[in-house]
Design a protein around this ligand. Structure first.
Ligand SMILES: NC(=O)C1=CN([C@@H]2O[C@H](COP(=O)(O)OP(=O)(O)OC[C@H]3O[C@@H](n4cnc5c(N)ncnc54)[C@H](OP(=O)(O)O)[C@@H]3O)[C@@H](O)[C@H]2O)C=CC1
Ligand SMILES: N[C@@H](CC(=O)OP(=O)(O)O)C(=O)O
Length: 373
């Protein structure tokens, strides 16, 4: 994948849903970014019209203070006009409104990078985990061409569900090395922050495990095939891994952890005999992705997959902030007596599971020359 040799400077960006759990992480990351600059913020009518620091008063949940670059920006309603000067729009909008709002921003010729689920299944919308399938961004020109009227600059790219994101990174490493997977069984233990703020009531989650997250299992089972699949030969849509159907069975649970989704995963390979646990370990450790090289985007982790050797790792409290949450942690790689190999995955749901993925997707799209700056 070719990369641009020119590093952009001073790229103005807007954040929709800037006051929420994901939005706050965007603010924190963009304030420190080498070339993105906060230009406009949006949220609901409850926040609109106030300076950002007042809009988030009492609900700023980051461990660092509100960045100066955001404090006094006025929060707008989520309509395109106040965002006119933005080259990129990041969306951390509630899914109840994200679909229509993001479509309106695309119509207004904005490049939209969304965390919300609404457009993920659109046949021409890339669903991109930046460590896995940035090549899907090449569908952007076709997406623009089929809008009515056709667009010059506007498009929507989504990132995946936060649990799907952690899962597909090791799966893609395994498929690249050993060919298509046949079956995946995954059980998630998802952090409370995944449900936004204020999210799950404390009386439901303390001293408890809730074995149901609405719609989550279906997302893991469906999104995995779109992400691990390719683009059809005519370049107009995604093949959903159709040549070698991948069976995924997910069981999703909410656990009393603040940040970091843990997943236990068992896989069956098509290839017989399958690789050994030691071969799987070496493959995961050696995995590199285009975001690291040749694209060399600034938010890419040094190591896409960190393999823990300690028998009791990864753990969310200890490992979720490793590499600023931009990589994926794997551990306990061993033989599975039912499928072939099993292991544990931990990924930070608000970093690589959300804001970091969107930011990296935008960096990659810029490096691929797909964003008009
Ligand atoms: N939390 C996570 O780990 C992940 C979340 N996601 C997805 O990202 C999105 C944001 O999630 P999260 O940050 O957790 O959610 P929050 O509930 O914490 O934040 C929602 C944001 O949307 C805004 N909003 C709500 N209603 C409206 C409206 N009618 N018009 C305009 N803005 C509105 C809120 O503004 P206000 O403050 O003014 O109400 C707030 O900024 C969701 O689609 C979620 O599914 C994806 C991956 C991971
Ligand atoms: N549902 C996820 C977070 C989320 O919002 O996912 P999605 O963007 O796929 O709706 C969780 O609870 O941890």
């Amino acid at each position: 994948m070719a990369g641009s040799s020119v590093t952009p400077t001073n790229v103005p960006v807007g954040v929709l849903g800037a006051t929420g759990t994901v939005g706050q992480r965007f603010i924190k990351l963009i304030a420190l970014h080498p070339y993105f600059r906060l230009h406009a913020l949006g949220a609901s009518a409850r926040s609109a019209g106030q300076p950002y620091h007042k809009a988030v008063a009492g609900r700023w949940k980051q461990t660092t203070p509100i960045p100066q670059a955001a404090r006094d920006l006025i929060v707008h309603a989520c309509v395109p006009e106040p965002f006119q000067g933005c080259a990129i729009i990041f969306s951390g909008l509630d899914a109840d409104v994200a679909g229509d709002v993001e479509s309106a921003f695309r119509r207004a010729e904005h490049a939209v990078f969304s965390n919300a689920k609404n457009h993920r299944r659109d046949p021409q919308t890339p669903l991109v985990v930046p460590l896995v399938n940035p090549s899907h961004l090449s569908l952007i020109p076709y997406q623009r061409s089929i809008q009515s009227p056709p667009l010059q600059k506007g498009f929507i790219v989504t990132n995946a569900n936060c649990s799907t994101t952690g899962l597909v990174v090791p799966l893609t490493a395994l498929e690249k090395a050993y060919g298509p997977l046949d079956a995946v069984m995954v059980t998630t233990m998802q952090a409370i922050s995944g449900a936004g703020y204020p999210g799950v009531p404390s009386l439901d989650i303390m001293d408890n495990v809730v074995p149901y997250i609405g719609g989550e299992e279906e997302k893991l089972e469906w999104e995995t095939s779109k992400i691990l699949g390719g683009i059809t030969l005519d370049g107009t849509t995604f093949d959903l891994h159709a040549e070698s159907p991948l069976r995924v069975s997910a069981a999703c649970n909410r656990v009393p952890v603040m940040e970091g989704h843990t997943e236990t995963v068992s896989v069956r390979f098509t290839k017989r005999p399958p690789p050994t646990p030691q071969q799987v370990r070496e493959t995961l450790e050696a995995f590199t992705c285009a975001a690291q090289a040749p694209l060399c985007v600034p938010s890419a982790p040094k190591q896409a997959i960190f393999v823990h050797e300690e028998i009791d790792r990864p753990q969310p409290r200890l490992d979720r902030d490793f590499q600023n949450g931009a990589g994926v942690n794997v551990g306990r790689i061993r033989e599975c007596p039912v499928l072939d190999v099993k292991f544990v995955v931990l990924s930070n749901n608000v970093a690589i599971g959300a804001a970091t993925s969107s930011i990296m997707n935008a960096e990659i799209a810029i490096a691929m020359g797909l964003v008009s700056l």
